[in-house]
Design a protein around this ligand. Structure first.
Ligand SMILES: [Ca+2]
Ligand SMILES: [Ca+2]
Length: 633
C-alpha cells in the first residue's frame, strides 16, 4: 500500500524527465577522489541482530555495507556508548518499555558492537570514524549524561577515566582489526559533554565545570588518541551547521587554549538547520577563521512522508517546505547532491566530506530508538521499509559518474496569502516558493498585477494575479483586507532577539527562554520564542499597549511543544475588565495550534497581553506569530 502510493507520487512528479524507479543527479565537477562519502550505520549491529534483511535495488539480498559501498559510500561512522544498559525501568505513560539491566536500544552501541561492524567495514576497504559519545546513551546539545560508572568523579579522576577508556578502547579496536581512521571526541558538544564536569553553561544555579572542565577533558581524550596512533584524525563536532555564532562561540576558546584537533564536524539537517546557503556561509567563515578541514558529520533527508511503524517520524509534514526539497526519492537524492556540492565546490581545499546519518534504519521490531519503542528515522533511510535499496542510495557515486544535466523546469508555484489594513498600501512579497523537476523547492521572483485600489479600501478578500519572472507561470495572491493590522511588530521574532517592548520575567529565565534560530521550531520564518530547562521553572512573557482606541481586540499565538506543563496560558489583563486567559496544551513537536482570546473589550486605552507558564523539569515548547488586532466594528 505504502509502496504503491510512493510509485504513484513519483510518476506524477518525475515522469517528465526521469524514470519513476530511478533518480537523475547533476554531476559535481572535479570532485576529489578521497572526498568522504560517509554513512553513519550505528544501528546496523542491532538491526541485524533482530533479523533485518537488506537488498540491492534489484531486490537481491546482501550485506548492507556492501550495498552502501556499491552506491559510492567509502567511509562509515559508528557511535560508541560506554555501557548502554538501563539503570532503572523505562516507563512511558504508565507503560513499561524495558527493565533495569536491559540494553538501552538505539543500536546498543558498546565497544563490542563497534568492533563487529568496523571489522567488516575495514575488510571491504571502507574507512571508519569512531564517534565517542562519552555517555551510556544518546548525547546531543540537550543532554550529555555522565556514564553511570563515572558519576560523582571530580575533574582529575574523570580526566583519568576518559584517558583510560579512550586508550583501552582504541587498543581493543586495533587488536580486532577495527582501528578507526578518524575519532570524534564527543557528539554535538555545543554545550560541552560529560555533564556537569564538562558542561559549558549552567542551567539556573547549578554548578558546572565550564570552559575549564570541558577543555581539560577534551585534551585528555585527545592525548589518549595521539598516544595510540598519530595517524588518526581527530574531529570535534557541533550541531546546527547553519549557525555561525554557535561555531565561533564553541571553537574560539578551543583554538585559543591550544586544543589539538584536526577536523571540524557539523550536523546539517536542512529542515532543522536552515538553508544550504547558511551552511555555506558558516563553512566559509570557519575555513578562513580556523583553517581546519570541514565535514558535514551528520545529514539526511526524507524519501517519503509515510510512517513505517507506530512511532511518528522526525521528518513530518511541513519539513519538506522547510528543508527545500520534496520528500520523494528524487528529492532525497537532489538534497544530498546539493549538500555534497556545497561542501565540495565552496571549499576546494578544506571541505572534505559528508556522513549520511543512519541510511540503514529501516523499521524492524526490536530496533527502536530505545528498547521497547519504535523509531523516527525510517523515512530518511536509503532503503525502503522492506530493506530494499532506494535509487537515491547511489547518489554518492552518481555525483561523479552521472552524465545527466537535466533541465530544471518549474512544476508548481505556491500561492501567496497576505493581510492588509483597509485603505493602506499593498506590498506583496516579491518572491514565492516553487517546486522544480528535480523535486527541489526554491524561491522564485514574482511580478504582481496592480489590483483595483478601490477594492483595497473595504473589508473583504481581494485576488491579485502575478507572473513568475523567467518562467511565465501564473501565481495568485489572496489579500484579506481587515480593519486593522497586527499591533505587534516583529510578531514572528525574526529580528533574532526579543524586541524591547516584551518583558520576560521568571527566575533564571534568560537562558531557559531565548529567541531561538531554528526553522524546524518556528511557525514561520527562522526564529521563534522557545523555552526549555532541565529543572522546574516559570516565566511570563508580556507586553503592554497604551493609547489604544477603545473597542474590541483579539490576541492570537501559535504554540507547539512537548506538553506536560503545570500551567500554561495566553492572557489579556489590565484592559478594564477581569483577567482573561486561554489554556495552551501542547501535543508534540511541530504540532502547531492556534490559541486566541477574542473580543477583549478594551476601555481606558490600555491592555497587557502575553504568555505565562509554570513548568516541570524538562518541559519545552515554542511560540511564534503573535497577533494583537482591533476587531471589526
Ligand atoms: Ca516511525
Ligand atoms: Ca518566526
Amino acid at each position: 500500500m505504502k509502496r504503491s502510493l510512493f510509485v504513484l507520487l513519483s510518476l506524477v512528479v518525475c515522469c517528465a524527465w526521469a524514470a519513476a524507479n530511478d533518480v537523475s543527479v547533476t554531476p559535481i565537477p572535479d570532485l576529489k577522489k578521497d572526498f568522504i562519502m560517509g554513512a553513519d550505520v550505528s544501528m546496523l549491529n542491532q538491526l541485524e541482530s533482530v533479523g533485518a534483511v537488506f537488498s540491492d535495488e534489484k531486490g537481491k539480498a546482501g550485506d548492507c555495507l556492501e550495498i552502501l559501498k556499491s552506491g559510492g559510500i567509502n567511509w562509515i561512522r559508528l557511535r560508541i556508548w560506554n555501557d548502554p544498559v538501563n539503570r532503572e525501568d523505562v516507563v512511558d505513560n504508565g507503560r513499561l518499555l524495558s527493565k533495569a539491566g536491559d540494553p538501552v536500544g538505539g543500536g546498543n552501541d558498546d565497544l563490542a558492537a563497534y568492533i563487529r561492524i568496523a571489522k567488516r567495514a575495514k575488510k571491504l576497504g571502507l574507512k571508519v570514524c569512531a564517534d565517542f559519545h562519552y555517555s551510556d546513551f544518546w548525547a546531543d546539545p540537550s543532554k550529555q549524561t555522565m556514564p553511570f560508572a563515572w558519576k560523582g568523579l571530580g575533574l582529575d579522576a574523570l580526566a583519568k577515566a576518559v584517558y583510560d577508556f579512550t586508550s583501552s578502547s582504541l587498543k581493543s579496536m586495533r587488536a580486532a582489526g577495527a582501528a578507526p581512521d578518524m575519532v570524534q571526541i564527543g557528539n554535538e558538544v555545543d554545550n560541552g559533554f560529560l555533564w556537569p564536569v564538562g558542561k559549558l553553561y549552567p542551567s539556573g544555579d547549578e554548578s558546572v565545570g565550564g570552559e575549564e572542565g570541558f577543555i581539560a577533558l577534551l585534551k585528555e581524550a585527545i592525548r589518549a588518541v595521539r598516544d595510540n596512533d598519530r595517524r588518526i584524525r581527530i574531529m570535534i563536532h557541533a550541531s546546527n551547521g547553519g549557525d555561525n555564532a554557535l561555531y565561533r562561540k564553541l571553537f574560539d576558546p578551543l583554538v585559543k587554549a591550544g586544543v589539538d584537533f584536526d577536523v571540524i564536524g557539523l550536523s546539517f539537517y536542512p529542515y532543522w538547520h536552515g538553508k544550504i546557503a547558511d551552511l555555506v556561509a558558516n563553512m566559509t567563515d570557519l575555513e578562513t577563521r580556523y583553517g581546519k578541514p570541514l565535514i558535514v558529520a551528520e545529514t539526511a533527508y526524507a524519501w517519503t512522508l509515510d510512517n513505517g511503524d507506530s512511532l511518528g517520524n522526525a521528518f513530518g509534514p511541513g519539513s519538506d517546505r522547510l528543508g527545500g526539497y520534496k520528500a520523494t526519492v528524487q528529492g532525497q537524492a537532489t538534497a544530498m547532491r546539493d549538500i555534497i556540492a556545497a561542501v565540495a565546490e565552496t571549499h576546494k581545499s578544506l571541505g572534505v566530506g559528508i556522513f549520511y546519518w543512519e541510511p540503514d534504519w529501516i523499521p524492524v521490531a526490536g530496533a527502536g530508538w530505545r528498547t521497547g519503542d519504535g523509531e523516527i528515522w525510517e523515512n530518511q533511510a536509503l532503503f525502503d521499509f522492506h530493506g530494499k535499496a532506494l535509487p537515491s542510495l547511489k547518489v554518492f557515486k552518481l555525483v561523479s559518474t552521472s552524465k545527466d544535466f537535466p533541465d530544471l523546469s518549474l512544476v508548481s508555484v505556491e500561492d501567496v496569502k497576505a493581510k492588509l489594513a483597509a485603505g493602506t498600501r499593498l506590498d506583496l512579497p516579491n518572491s514565492t516558493l516553487a517546486v522544480f523537476s528535480d523535486d527541489s523547492i526554491r524561491s522564485v521572483q514574482v511580478r504582481w498585477d496592480q489590483p483595483d485600489p478601490e477594492a483595497l479600501k473595504a473589508v473583504g478578500t481581494v485576488q491579485v494575479k502575478g507572473t513568475v519572472l523567467g518562467y511565465g507561470n501564473p501565481v495568485n495572491a489572496t489579500v484579506e483586507v481587515v480593519v486593522d493590522v497586527n499591533l505587534i511588530k516583529d510578531a514572528s521574532f525574526e529580528s533574532g532577539t526579543l524586541a524591547p517592548e516584551w518583558h520576560l520575567t521568571g527566575p533564571g529565565v534568560k537562558a531557559a527562554a531565548p529567541v531561538e534560530k531554528n526553522p524546524g521550531n518556528a511557525h514561520s520564518g527562522d526564529y521563534s520564542f522557545k523555552y526549555w530547562l532541565d529543572k522546574p521553572f516559570q516565566f511570563t512573557l508580556s507586553r503592554r499597549f497604551e493609547g489604544l482606541k477603545d473597542g474590541k481586540y483579539s490576541i492570537r499565538v501559535w504554540a507547539m511543544g512537548g506538553g506536560g506543563e503545570k500551567d500554561y496560558f495566553l492572557f489579556a489583563r489590565g484592559y478594564g475588565g477581569a483577567d482573561l486567559q486561554t489554556r495552551i496544551v501542547n501535543t508534540g513537536w511541530q504540532k502547531w495550534k492556534l490559541y486566541e482570546i477574542k473580543g477583549i473589550p478594551v476601555s481606558g486605552g490600555v491592555c497587557e497581553i502575553g504568555l505565562s507558564m509554570d513548568g516541570n523539569a524538562g518541559n519545552w515548547g515554542n511560540a511564534d506569530d503573535f497577533e494583537f488586532v482591533r476587531d471589526a466594528d
